[in-house]
Each structure stands twice: as structure tokens, then as C-alpha cells.
Design a protein around this ligand. Structure first.
Ligand SMILES: *Cc1c(COP(=O)(O)O)cnc(C)c1O
Length: 368
């Protein structure tokens, strides 16, 4: 039997091969390789679809976060609060932009930042918050925004896993000062290489972020400041421009798969299926269950040709990169506990429902 992969990008490519090949070829024929026509078109469509005023494409999602913090004028030594449970870009960019990362524990069930813990972390040195919408479920963004307003600090949304997810019918990325996106190939909206973007409604932030990302100039050779080189390749713009037309359908298919998993996994062993909070449209970048038998289940699935993964094996404060801060596990109780129980099951828009049923059958076998 062929392995069931966690994500299979090939299916989508072969399904849309003609259109995708054509748009890539056009870029090559035009020798329009970097920040070209396809990129400009994508930027315009992406921001209008999200109902945001400005969009700047970048080289990757990590750059987007770095550029966002630089645009917000983060000062050396200022603190930025982020989630203890995320991909390292959510914290490494804080250090790289000159700040100090401060980790906040997560809600035990949604894996997103816990608002009560967050309140305790804000002090006179806090410049802002990086609010991550993990796995595709919006975090408690309205409460976070209200808290930030009261404390006069900024909010950057890390939407790398939450393209077109909604909170109270408004898209993630449009609540904070800046919304950051990654188009890493396996993300809900994925390029064929590295790519990213940021969106904002603030014209000053837009101009600043534009300068920082494009060598400090609006025009060639006119460098107003020292910027970095973070542009999107036009081949990525072409691929993303095509995929953007279908993003809502892709997300709907993920939700259907998640619903099927929820139904078939209910009541099996000690499995906890993803908890959906009120007012949110989850886009299921990942489908993550919890079980105390995680490691054994993962092995059992692998023996049965089903690949699963752990996002992420260690919560951020426990990584060697942060050993110097000497954090205690007890400071991040929920994130630390979850890192031992979480398991991501295969999900991508083209995953056949028969395969989901097979996966759930094997999980049932494991527990009985
Ligand atoms: C993927 C990801 C990023 C980084 O995006 P890249 O494009 O890989 O640089 C940042 N934050 C989160 C939560 C991510 O999942």
C-alpha cells in the first residue's frame, strides 16, 4: 500500500497543471523574475480579498514578521510577548529585530495564547504582542486587541497558518496593526518555494515596511534608509495568483475533512479532537488531536503506512535556543503538557475521504 502523507502537494499540481505551468512559463518568457507583474497582481488581489488597504509581498513569512517589528520601531531591549507554542519564527524575529521575546502560556485546548496569562506579562518594557493563530484557528484576537489598546502597545498577527480564517466574520490579519503571512509550500495558500506577505490599513506602516523590505527605496537607486532584500519571486506570484482564486474552496475541503475526522474519532480511547471556540472559522492548516498514548499511536500509524507529525515536539521556551533564559516547565504548564500529547494527522484539500476513514479505522484498532 502507498503511504498516506501528511501533506501531498502533487495532487493539487496535477489537477491544475495546465494553468499553473502556463502562468510560470509566462514569467520566464517575460524575464520578469523578481517583484514583477504577477507579484503586483497578487498583492492587489490578496489585499482586496482580505479587505485590507495595503499589502507588501516578501521573501517569506519570517521576513514579514521581522519587517513588521522594524516598521513598528521596536527599540533595543523592549519586550515582545508571543505564544510559547508556535514555530520559532514567532520568537526568533523578535530577537533579530532587537527585542526580547517573552513567552506566554497557551490555552490547554485551543493551543492559542491564554489571555489571562497574557495580561500578567505586560509591563512598562512591553512594546507589543505577536498573536499567533495556530493550526488555523483564530486566537482570542478581539480581547487581545482591546487589551493592547488599553496598554498602548501594538499587535502583529502571525497568520502563517490561518489564511482566510475568520473571527466574527472578519479575516485574521485585519485586526492588528500588521498581519503577517507565509506562503511556504505546505501552508493553506502555498507557493512553489519561499514567499510571504504582510497587510496593514495604516499608510505610514505600509510605507515604512515597503522601504525596509525593498532596500530602503521606493525608486531604484534612491535609498532613503538601509533596508533588506525581501522581495517575492514572480514565479511564486504566478503560482499564488492562480491558487488565490481557489483558496476558499481549498479551505472548505479542509473543514470537511476535519468534520469527518471529528465524527469518526469521537469517543475513541482518550482522544481529544480539536476544540472549536465560538465566533471562529477554523481553516484547519493542521488537524491536531491529543492523546496520552501519542508516541505509540504515531508508531502504530507509521507501521500502517500513515504518516503523522508533531507540531511542535518542544514548546519554544524549552528549545536549546532559549536555554540561556533558564525557563522552568512550570511557567508554561499547558504548552509543556501539550507538547507530549499532540499529534497532527494527514490533512490537505485533496485528501480522499476514504483515506480519512482508513486512518480512523486504524486509530480505532490501536485503542481496542
Ligand atoms: C510557517 C510559519 C512561519 C514562517 O514562515 P516562513 O515562510 O517559513 O518563513 C511563521 N509563523 C508560523 C506560525 C508558521 O507556521
Amino acid at each position: 500500500m502507498k503511504k498516506i502523507k501528511l501533506v501531498d502537494l502533487n495532487k493539487q499540481y496535477y489537477f491544475h497543471k495546465k494553468s499553473i505551468d502556463k502562468s510560470i512559463n509566462q514569467v520566464i518568457k517575460d524575464s520578469d523574475f523578481i517583484n514583477g507583474k504577477s507579484v503586483k497582481k497578487f498583492e492587489a488581489k490578496f489585499r482586496s480579498k482580505l479587505n485590507s488597504k495595503y499589502c507588501i509581498t516578501t521573501n517569506n513569512g519570517t521576513d514579514s514578521l521581522f519587517i513588521a517589528m522594524k516598521s513598528l520601531n521596536l527599540k533595543r531591549g523592549q519586550e515582545v510577548i508571543t505564544s510559547a507554542h508556535s514555530w520559532i519564527s514567532s520568537s526568533s524575529t523578535i530577537t533579530q529585530a532587537g527585542g526580547v521575546p517573552v513567552f506566554c502560556d497557551t490555552d490547554p485546548d485551543t493551543f492559542n495564547i491564554d489571555i489571562n496569562q497574557l495580561k500578567k506579562k505586560i509591563n512598562a518594557k512591553t512594546a507589543g504582542i505577536i498573536a499567533v493563530h495556530l493550526y488555523g484557528q483564530p486566537c482570542d484576537i478581539l480581547n487581545i486587541i482591546n487589551l493592547a489598546k488599553k496598554k498602548k502597545i501594538w499587535v502583529i498577527e502571525d497568520c502563517a497558518q490561518a489564511h482566510f480564517a475568520k473571527f466574527k466574520n472578519k479575516y485574521t490579519g485585519t485586526f492588528g496593526d500588521i498581519g503577517c503571512f507565509s506562503f511556504f509550500p505546505s501552508k493553506n495558500l502555498g507557493a512553489y518555494g519561499d514567499a510571504g506577505a504582510l497587510i496593514t490599513n495604516n499608510s505610514k506602516l505600509y510605507k515604512k515596511a515597503y522601504l525596509i523590505s525593498k532596500h530602503g527605496g521606493f525608486k531604484k537607486n534612491e535609498h532613503l534608509i538601509e533596508g533588506i532584500n525581501s522581495r517575492m519571486d514572480s514565479i511564486q506570484g504566478a503560482v499564488l495568483g492562480f491558487k488565490l482564486k481557489h483558496i476558499k474552496m481549498f479551505n472548505q475541503k479542509r473543514v470537511k475533512i476535519a468534520n469527518l475526522y471529528n465524527k469518526l474519532l469521537r469517543g475513541i480511547g482518550d482522544i481529544k479532537t480539536p476544540l472549536l471556540k465560538k465566533n471562529r472559522d477554523h481553516v484547519f492548516h493542521l488537524y491536531v488531536i491529543k492523546t496520552k498514548k501519542r508516541n505509540k499511536l504515531k508508531k502504530y500509524l507509521s507501521k500502517n503506512n500513515i504518516l503523522s507529525a508533531i507540531h511542535y515536539p518542544k514548546c519554544l521556551p524549552m528549545l536549546p535556543a532559549y536555554a540561556k533564559y533558564k525557563y522552568k516547565k512550570t511557567e508554561f504548564k499547558n504548552s509543556y503538557k501539550n507538547q507530549k500529547e499532540i499529534l497532527s494527522l494527514p490533512i490537505y484539500p485533496e485528501l480522499e475521504h476514504s483515506k480519512v476513514k482508513f486512518i480512523c479505522k486504524k486509530i480505532r484498532e490501536f485503542f481496542y
